[in-house]
Design a protein around this ligand. Structure first.
Ligand SMILES: *Cc1c(COP(=O)(O)O)cnc(C)c1O
Length: 224
């Protein structure tokens, strides 16, 4: 895909696709602070958006994301105006599944998605490797993660992202709101909350003026 997109005359130098193989912390350290937009596109209810989204937001990226996992908590903290939400919520996902999800209906309704699938199907992105993306097309038969259902909403919100990106000061204001309000996810606050609400444990007082301070404090606690 990179070969096709990076050599497209219309795209020119405006976009380059780069795949960084063997993703790991040393690469994350470079990519995350450099990112403008963090894409957290998991289907609502799959709890797939965990901590990467926090790393991006606290390093100044804006997020385009579904109402899934920690995306919800981040949006609550940074404010709905500083977060790009798209797609179905958990209730809508459940209702659609109960009704009987047929991805084909959504593809049929979406000219943009139809075109994208058509490009993949006709090997536009894989000229030298015929049908290498066939598994993607096959997966759309069941489309377990309901990509087809969320697609138009995703595309529409990407338009909003693009529009804001053309206004650097507006964009940066939202970045700053993200950075400032991500302080909530500090591990200090997080561990404190776990200690109180989930583990039901209290701090163990340590008497640092006494070499045996730890033992004393522990035996005190045992007596209590
Ligand atoms: C944070 C991180 C993860 C985990 O990301 P999640 O979004 O929580 O799944 C995995 N790999 C690397 C290199 C990371 O930095």
């Amino acid at each position: 895909m990179a070969e096709v997109i990076n050599n497209d005359k219309a795209i020119g130098n405006r976009l380059k696709v780069v795949f960084l193989a063997n993703y790991r912390v040393s690469l994350a350290e470079k990519i995350i602070p450099a990112a403008d937009l963090s894409e957290q596109i998991s289907l609502a209810g799959t709890e797939a958006s965990g901590t990467s989204n926090m790393k991006f937001a606290l390093n100044g990226a804006l997020t385009i994301g579904t109402l899934d996992g920690a995306n919800i908590e981040i949006r609550n903290q940074v404010g709905a105006d500083n977060f790009f939400i798209f797609g179905m919520n958990v209730d809508e996902v459940r209702q659609l599944r109960e009704r009987g999800y047929r991805p084909g209906e959504f593809v049929e309704k979406s000219p943009l998605l139809k075109r994208a699938i058509e490009l993949i199907r006709t090997n536009f992105f894989s000229p030298g490797e015929f049908d290498i993306f066939r598994p993607i097309l096959d997966s759309l038969d069941s489309d377990n993660y309901m990509c087809a259902a969320d697609f138009d909403s995703y595309a529409a919100v990407q338009e909003q992202v693009a529009e804001l990106y053309r206004k650097p000061i507006e964009w940066q204001k939202k970045c700053l709101q993200n950075i400032a309000k991500m302080g909530y996810f500090s591990s200090d606050r997080s561990i404190q909350e776990y200690a109180e609400k989930i583990w039901d444990i209290r701090p163990c007082p340590i008497n640092i003026s006494n070499n045996h301070g730890y033992d004393l404090a522990a035996s005190q606690l045992a007596q209590e």
